[in-house]
Ligand binder design. Structure first.
Ligand code: TXA
Ligand code: MG
Length: 346
């Protein structure tokens, strides 16, 4: 299929692009659009055939459910069997924004969208382009990250063009995503709220609103074969560059000594901006994913950096681990998966 790429420089002036994207979604086609977290590949969440197109375009396993994106609370009620008080409080505190809430689904949501589950994931994005497109489409929009399944999520239109040209009807370019990591996923379907995927909305922020929040073991641990999974996405390999990556927990001087020991080996280092000069002085191949003391800069840079390692032809990568507090938990979670859970402590 032919993929149209359209820029959105200014929302008003580009209403034609928005209209065209919305029209495509309303008629069962696939549109890639920017959100504040990562780019998404969208289809009408209520149209099982359209949703099937997403799985085909991404090469995504059919049992991995999608998030339905809406722009207003009123658009959620038809999708869920129940909208508890806790969901209302979360909506008030974090929507629109990078939080996804899982609730029991209504019959209106096809099983293709929910991956066969009796729950549905809902998110209200804040990105103006996403909001304009979804509002005009007039339907809830199912949208996973717009990467080929297993690879790093896209944070620029260029990433989407590389992954999905010929596989979607349209790619709307709205510049670089502000957050850079996918939304926090929280399930309200059980007796205690449970974090399934960490993101820019942190565990402590959630606890301030809800009180008790459990963190699923799969956030920081590899699932053993045969163990029941709460979020199907957690069992698949994710965010992985082609290189084999090891996550290295070390302070600056230990990491630099470690890099020094590898001098002359054909390896790459994924480090912080502050490490680059020392890496250069050693003649080491190195790329940075943000500043050591800024989780937001790390979140924004990580997926681009993983793609750049591929482009550079890196085979073996040693990545300096972030601190795992606050938003750092989300960065650590993605890097752990990119490294196939391979980590060392120095
Ligand atoms: O930031 C985001 O959430 C982006 C943008 C485009 O909105 N979307 C995104 O979608 O990351 P995706 O499909 O790549 O990740 C959705 C995650 C998957 O791990 C999936 O398994 C989980 O949410 N999920 C979706 N519905 C679920 C459900 N009913 N129960 C448990 N987990 C669910
Ligand atoms: Mg994804």
């Amino acid at each position: 299929m032919e993929t149209k790429v359209a820029q959105v420089a200014d929302l008003h002036a580009d209403s034609r692009t928005i209209r065209e994207a919305a029209q495509l979604l309303a008629t069962g086609r696939l549109v890639v659009f920017p959100t504040e977290t990562v780019y998404g590949i969208g289809a009408n969440a209520l149209d099982a055939d359209a949703v099937a197109g997403i799985f085909a375009a991404k090469g995504r396993p059919q049992d991995n459910p999608l998030i339905a994106h809406v722009t207003a609370l009123d658009d959620i009620f038809p999708l869920v069997a129940d909208f508890p008080e806790s969901a209302r409080r979360l909506a008030e505190a974090f929507w629109p924004g990078p939080l996804t809430i899982i609730l029991p689904k209504s019959d209106a949501v096809p099983l293709q969208t929910s991956g066969g589950l009796d729950t549905v994931a809902i998110r209200m994005p804040s990105h103006p382009v996403a909001r304009a497109i979804i509002r005009q489409a007039g339907v809830p929009v199912a949208a996973p990250s717009a990467n080929r399944s297993g690879g790093p999520s896209p944070t620029t239109a260029k990433h989407c063009i590389a992954d999905l040209t010929g596989r979607v009807d349209m790619i709307v370019d709205g510049g670089e995503c502000e957050v850079g990591l996918e939304s926090t996923v929280l399930s309200l379907a059980g007796s205690v709220p449970r974090l399934l995927r960490p993101g820019a909305v942190t565990v402590s922020q959630l606890r301030k609103v809800l009180g008790e929040v459990e963190v699923d073991a799969a956030v920081t641990h590899q699932l053993e074969a045969g163990v029941a999974v709460r979020s199907p996405g957690l069992k698949y390999k994710h965010y992985a560059p082609k290189a084999s990556m090891t996550l290295v927990h070390a302070d600056k001087s230990r990491f630099h000594a470690f890099a020094e020991e590898k001098r002359g080996e054909a390896v790459w280092f994924l480090v912080f901006e502050e490490d680059l000069n020392a890496m250069k002085a050693m003649g080491a191949n190195a790329l940075a994913y943000g500043e050591e003391h800024s989780h937001s800069s790390q979140a924004k840079r990580l997926f681009s950096a993983l793609r750049e390692l591929d482009t550079a032809g890196a085979q073996t990568v040693y990545a300096r681990a972030p601190s795992a507090s606050g938003v750092g938990l989300a960065i650590y979670n993605r890097m752990l998966r990119a490294a196939g859970f391979h980590e060392i402590y120095l």
